[in-house]
Design a protein around this ligand. Structure first.
Ligand code: ATP
Length: 335
């Protein structure tokens, strides 16, 4: 992963373990692994802290070149899982393969193939953006050119600014740049756009999508549903240490089979009972909602009913449940 040993944070694996260079089988296993489409392969992962099981049998498969997104409420076990995948924490059970190796026993060469953007910043306050990237580039066997990475994260105008002079969002971009400088195959992004203004978030999304274009595999953890919707090829939702759903943004939790929601303002003088379909009233006065799995037929009948009466159906909206609706239903605390 990233540079100097003292920057490795958080977990329980010892530094000597993390930076030990194994001799023989690495080249062969790396070559075999390049052929493999599976970058992350996890079966039955468990992690207990003093008897409390934070991760309770997680299975995960991430394919090369995809943006895999991890969603889940606070305390679901996302960070614990990601730290295990990054080799920063020792698990208590299960099988884990990342880039063909067990991260718990992986060496420095494996780390150079993995980039990590943590929630906490690694920006050096006294170094300029360029100097900081040059420093980190020195830790990797085949770094990307510094200038190219600065451009990739959109920090060209700040290349000569010191870390201490960067805004929060710019520091975050530099964090991403530091994760990319070693030209990793797999990049872990932990809530990468927290604190970004809307236009910086859009720019970050473009940058992340650009990483996919470069063939990188991205493991993204986020609390933003629009971010997941915009970027994810696949999403897994973790709740209380268990994966409760997995799918694409449009299929997650059966979203593509869920009923459409048709809402509109009631015509003047019409009550909800007079409508041709069962409908319920919404909190907005005079507005009602019909749920339908046959949306065209329902709309057709509704239009016919309204035209026949010369009634005006106001502000008609049709939508599938939003990703956030699906997510909230999946992670709802038990009553
Ligand atoms: P968030 O969205 O808030 O970052 P998370 O999904 O990343 O949450 P984790 O940080 O993995 O959740 O925590 C999962 C559970 O494990 C929580 O109940 C947390 O209190 C517990 N936990 C995490 N780290 C430790 C630790 N070092 N020792 C004891 N318990 C821990």
């Amino acid at each position: 992963m990233y540079g100097p040993p003292q920057q490795v944070g958080g977990g329980d694996a010892s530094l000597s373990d993390q930076w030990r260079v194994d001799a023989a089988p690495v080249a062969a296993s790396a070559a075999a692994d390049r052929e493999s489409a599976l970058v992350i392969d996890v079966a039955g992962l468990r992690m207990a802290y003093d008897g409390f099981e934070a991760v309770r049998g997680v299975d995960l498969r991430v394919r090369r070149g995809e943006i895999f997104t991890f969603l889940g409420p606070n305390g679901a076990g996302k960070t614990t899982t990601v730290e295990i995948l990054e080799g920063h924490r020792k698990r208590t059970g299960g099988e884990v393969r990342v880039l063909g190796e067990d991260p718990q026993h992986a060496d420095r060469r494996w780390r150079a193939r993995v980039g990590v953007v943590l929630q906490s910043s690694r920006v050096e306050r006294e170094l300029t953006v360029r100097e900081c990237l040059e420093l980190y580039a020195g830790y990797y066997p085949k770094p990307r050119p510094v200038r190219e990475v600065i451009k990739l994260v959109g920090l060209e105008k700040k290349a000569e600014a010191r870390g201490a002079q960067l805004s929060g969002g710019q520091q975050r971009r530099l964090d991403v740049a530091l994760a990319l400088i070693g030209d990793p195959e797999l990049v872990f992004l932990d809530e990468p756009t927290t604190g970004f203004d809307p236009s910086a978030r859009r720019a970050a999304w473009e940058m992340i999508a650009g990483l996919r274009e470069l063939g990188k595999t991205i493991f993204l953890t986020t609390h933003y549903m629009d971010e997941a919707e915009a970027l994810a090829d696949r999403i897994a939702v973790l709740n209380a240490g268990v994966i409760v759903a997995e799918g694409t943004p449009s299929t997650l939790g059966g979203r593509n089979q869920a009923a459409y929601e048709i809402s509109f303002g009631l015509p003047d003088g019409v009550t909800v009972d007079a409508l041709p379909f069962p409908a319920r009233t919404l909190s907005e006065p005079g507005r009602v909602l019909i749920e339908s799995t046959e949306v065209m037929a329902t709309l057709h009948a509704l239009a016919g009913w309204a035209i026949e009466r010369g009634a005006e159906v106001g502000d008609l909206r049709v939508r599938r449940p939003a990703l956030e609706d699906v997510y909230l239903a999946l992670t709802e605390p038990a009553a």
